[in-house]
Design a protein around this ligand. Structure first.
Ligand code: BEZ
Length: 256
């Protein structure tokens, strides 16, 4: 089996991709943490949102698959519990009042396992508040990346299926099948401004889509990133600023 693992770089993430957790602050309003609640931040990254939730809740635990991100989170927020953990395979002795997850679940291809774990680790009447990439997410960038790889003969790489971007119909059906009641399901465009005016799309690819370049020759990697950025200009360069064509799904559901 070809297992793709993404190596996270906390410095690059915090320096140029802080929009990931900046946008997540809105989601905390939907979570509405209470002072007596125990909350899990699933896919906590470097812990910025875990910290904000923890200021309002009784206890917050952050888990993330990346050891690098967990080390970074622990070094920044010393009073919060962070653990390396897998969204598709986790178990806690004490159940949670709510599970929060921002910009993580599109990385979890075994989404049925993740849904089952969330259900099993919640108290009865517990809530999940989730946001992640929905159907059609980053389609402009990724379609061009696939074309540029394919045109140079990198067929296998161009067919890499790295993410899970469901529609709200598909995802709600999965949630209902294990016993969640879906209170809110939204699917919306959220063009996301990228940090660097010169290399916004190239930086995005380097941070999130580097796995497409497994066994691609060194010279081709830079050439492909340049070509993708150039070809998506018409859609992604707006008034001199780069935007990624994000589409999000946002879900609130209750364990009944
Ligand atoms: C997202 O947040 O939508 C996303 C991030 C990285 C790769 C793919 C999607």
């Amino acid at each position: 089996m070809n297992i793709i693992t993404t190596k996270w770089k906390p410095e690059l993430y915090n320096e140029k991709h802080s929009f990931v957790y900046d946008y997540g602050e809105n989601l905390i309003k939907l979570l509405d943490p209470k002072a007596n609640e125990r909350i899990l931040d699933l896919g906590c990254g470097s812990g910025q949102l875990t910290f904000k939730i923890n200021e309002l809740a009784k206890e917050t635990i952050g888990i993330d698959k990346s050891q690098e991100m967990i080390d970074d989170a622990k070094s920044k927020f010393k009073n919060i519990e962070f653990q390396v953990g897998d969204a598709g395979n986790f178990e806690f002795n004490e159940k949670f009042d709510s599970i929060f997850s921002n910009a993580t679940l599109h990385w979890v291809k075994n989404y049925k396992d993740a849904i089952k774990c969330m259900f099993e680790n919640l108290k009865s009447n517990g809530k999940i508040v989730l946001e992640f990439g929905g159907k059609g997410n980053v389609q402009t960038i990724v379609n061009q990346l696939r074309d540029s790889l394919r045109n140079r003969g990198y067929i296998e790489q161009s067919e890499l299926d790295l993410w899970y971007f469901p529609s709200i119909g598909e995802y709600s059906t999965e949630l209902e099948s294990v016993g969640f009641r879906v209170l809110l399901a939204e699917h919306f465009d959220r063009p996301t401004e990228l940090a660097n005016e010169k290399s916004g799309i190239k930086d995005w690819i380097s941070m999130f889509a580097e796995s497409f370049f497994k066994d691609v020759s060194f010279n081709h990697i830079e050439e492909i990133k340049n070509e993708v950025q150039d070809k998506v200009k018409e859609k992604c360069l707006i008034n001199g600023k780069w935007f990624a064509d994000y589409k999000r799904i946002r879900i609130v559901a209750i364990k009944e």
